[in-house]
Ligand binder design. Sequence first.
Ligand code: PMP
Length: 392
Amino acid sequence: MRSSVVGRFPRADRLYDRALARMPGGNSRTSLFVAPHPPYAVSGVGCRLTDIDGHTVIDLLNNFTSLIHGHAHPKIVAAATDAVAHGSAFGLPTEHEVDLAELLAARIPAAESWRFTNSGTEAVMMSVRAARAFTGRDLIVRFEHSYHGTYDGVALDHSGVAEGVAGTAIVLPVADGEALIETLESSGDRIAAVVIDAMPNHAGLVPVPAEFMRLAREATTRCGALLVLDEVISFRAARGGMQSLYDVVPDVTALGKIIGGGFPVGAVGGRTDVMEVFNPVTSDPVSHGGTFSANPVTMRAGLAAMEMMTPAEYARVNALGERLRSELVAQGWRVNGFGSLLKLDIGATPETWWQFYEQGVLVSPGGLACISTAMNDSVIDEALASFARVAA
Ligand code: PMP
């Protein structure tokens, strides 16, 4: 099983043996498992990550696209350190959550009102719950291979999910406008929300056609269902998210990843009237707590990260991403994605992943990659040389 990597990462092998004894499959996060076992990270600076065996790679994964400034950006470290020094979490709200809500509302005009969570999973979960509470309907529509996190109601894998819960989701082929119209025309009065990721990673990271988004907006409005846009990954695409590029106005937006500056985060934002379902002084509000929701460390790190994402920085990381994608295609790789987000077809076995890693680049086991602001053209040159060695 350890085949080609046997003995190359001896400290990781030993740590994995310890992990095996105390964690199922030695694993605590399914998405980052790569056979025979992943290397173990020790530190990261800028665009580079070093593992426990002292191997350093260009980090094109950025914790699954969340670290838009790479590792340990001095301004984010300063913001988070100062927040920790003043108390890492309180049983009271802080000014920082108001600051971040204001920033997000300014960037996403469709979402006037916000709440924070600790993950994208929770953001999607609360989006769906808000839609159900607002519409008084049970069903949702989602799309095949569109990953929205591990909440039962939208889980891609149904092992351990109650049949009744899985049955509340109607699952349609990705970007199938006809199927969506048909479903909304026949059962629209029972559908609370249509949940869309405009560039679903597990479906290949291909942006859905603009025509599909337009159609989804019109059809949901017609039947009174809400349009929930999952921008947990795609908020990277532009300062106003993918919705600004499609010029579509969703009722609810779920965010996560980059808005936490590298700390656990999620956020659900939407139209004021929809978000009112969470208002604690109304008669039957949707209850949404979360011991660490909107904690000041995440809020301040997130604010620092997002304030640095100027239009010029979006343009720069997106251009670096376009360059990496086109030159990878020229090397013979199959690559999808948009802007700073890339998806390489690395095959079903872990062989290519390990070759990339040994040659100096980290991508996800599924081939997801992205640019951080810590990168520049010479880093892209270096990464391309690594990919070229593997291609050869
Ligand atoms: N939605 C999308 C589109 C995602 O890519 C992810 C995570 N990769 C989630 C939701 C869930 O976010 P989290 O892992 O923070 O729970």
